[in-house]
Write a protein that binds this ligand. Sequence first.
Ligand code: BTN
Length: 277
Amino acid sequence: MASPTDSRPLTKEAIQALLQTNTFGRTLHVLQETASTNGDAMTLAQQGAEDGTVVVAERQTAGKGRLGRRWYSPPGDNLYCSVILRRMPTPVELPRWLSVVPLMAAVAVARAVQTVTGLKPSLKWPNDILVGDRKLGGLLCESSLAGPHKTVVVIGIGLNVNTARENFPEELREIATSLASETGRPVDRASLLASLLSELETYAEALLTQPLDRLLSGYARLCSTLGRRVRVHMADGTVVEGLAESLAPDGSLRIARESASGKDLLEVRTGDIIHLR
Ligand code: BTN
């Protein structure tokens, strides 16, 4: 089984030697330790950093997860990276585009994982990366105004790469997994990051040139939430159950609920989903 020593250190030279992108990762900050690569990327973006700038760290001391959670970020084994996206659609298209970006970024991650390891991850809505029922990684996309009429998006990706299952903290041991645990061999993080940046660059381009409906169909094919019964913990604290029926045009999840008074469809934009059996 993989141990931490199986991971070679992430260096700028190793990553850039493998890059096949035009812009993504060409400006690259590799840090030994930071609070959160998303925080660093947002600061850089507000200082004018260019589209495709990447921050990657060996360790995060305050890695941020979705819904205000922490992201487990021990040193040396995994991938914690954030990418600055500055290319934007027109203001009219922006709200829908902003909702779809996190879903398509998850597709890009799943494709890179498949290319590098042969595994076929699925996506739990909106953007958890699963192998079977276990979580391999997650994404946190944050946006802000970087000046008048200038929106910037930071795509933050956390992937468990070489952490052995038994080394996860107890509360994660039964629900998380890593690429090394799934494949039985260590995975080179520089190769994975280079592949990830290629996929992300391709999808960033597609998000501006292809119909979002078509891109969402691609997401739906990888999404293991659709067609399942789910429990949703909504942002306002309420909990609902129903069938995850389809995606709305902005990527929200449509939940079909049945009651004595009939069927209704609820559109969930943010929430924590639990797959029910
Ligand atoms: C989730 O809760 O599933 C999202 C996790 C996102 C974690 C990544 S690690 C790199 C980037 N920096 C952060 O602080 N968070 C994201």
